[in-house]
Design a protein around this ligand. Structure first.
Ligand code: SAM
Length: 223
């Protein structure tokens, strides 16, 4: 049977699609990264499908068990805590094993914080580079230096605890003028966009304690 890779909302539950609800209601099993978020989603949309936990620390064996279920005729939907499974979220190993076992993998599209942030960033998005979460230590400096000549818009995820450090390091590496956008709490009640350059971004982050979820969009090196 099928493996459905189902995108779920990144905050506002109204962003789920009709198709996602139908699939989650009709599959035999939902493999969920976070069972608490899944329970909330299921309660809101009248979904009564059994679910199992499938997260970043799930073993190869749990992915294999799910593949065995699908081979025996069961359909499975994969959901992550929020957004599109596999995008800086678990899913890759299961999707890869399912494909290798000849199972049809069907994407059910929806929200992805990186794409949502890009869409309203106001920076050129005809081409972009997605970096997921930046390395915390090893390799970070080299990666930031590699962005000096990068002409494409760059998008990455960052936690509120590290954002000031990362943006200060970016400013040291790329200078004051490079454009930057923070998309905070997208689709939620306190959604906020900051648009400016790296010098302004450091002042902004120094001026208040920041919280919530951040997606960062960095302008390319363009004249
Ligand atoms: N798979 C998810 C997706 O498709 O959006 C991304 C998962 S990743 C583990 C979580 C990170 O995405 C957060 O730390 C934050 O950087 C970003 N993110 C998720 N929801 C967000 C939101 N509502 N607003 C801004 N950034 C968000």
């Amino acid at each position: 049977m099928n493996l459905f890779v189902v995108a779920t909302p990144i905050g506002n539950l109204g962003d789920i699609t009709f198709r996602a609800i139908e699939i989650l209601q009709s599959v035999d099993l939902v493999a969920a990264e976070d069972t608490r978020t899944a329970k909330k989603l299921f309660a809101k949309f009248d979904i009564h499908t059994p679910f199992t936990s499938f997260h970043a620390h799930s073993t190869n064996r749990s992915a294999e068990k799910l593949v065995e279920k699908m081979k025996s005729g069961k359909s499975v939907a994969l959901i992550s805590e929020a957004g599109t499974p596999g995008i800086s979220d678990p899913g890759f190993a299961l999707i890869q094993k399912a494909i290798a076992a000849g199972i049809e993998v069907v994407p059910i599209p929806g929200a992805c914080a990186a794409v949502v942030a890009l869409s309203a960033s106001g920076l050129p998005i005809d081409k972009f580079l997605f970096l997921g979460f930046l390395p915390r230590k090893k390799g970070k400096k080299t990666l930031l230096e590699s962005l000096r000549g990068e002409q494409r818009t760059v998008v990455f995820y960052e936690s509120p605890h590290r954002i000031l450090k990362t943006i200060s390091e970016l400013r040291e590496t790329l200078g004051d003028e490079r454009k930057i956008v923070f998309a905070r709490e997208l689709t939620k009640m306190h959604e906020e966009f900051f648009r400016g350059n790296l010098a302004e971004a450091v002042s902004f982050l120094n001026s208040k304690k920041v919280r919530g979820e951040f997606t960062v969009v960095l302008g390319g090196n363009r004249k």
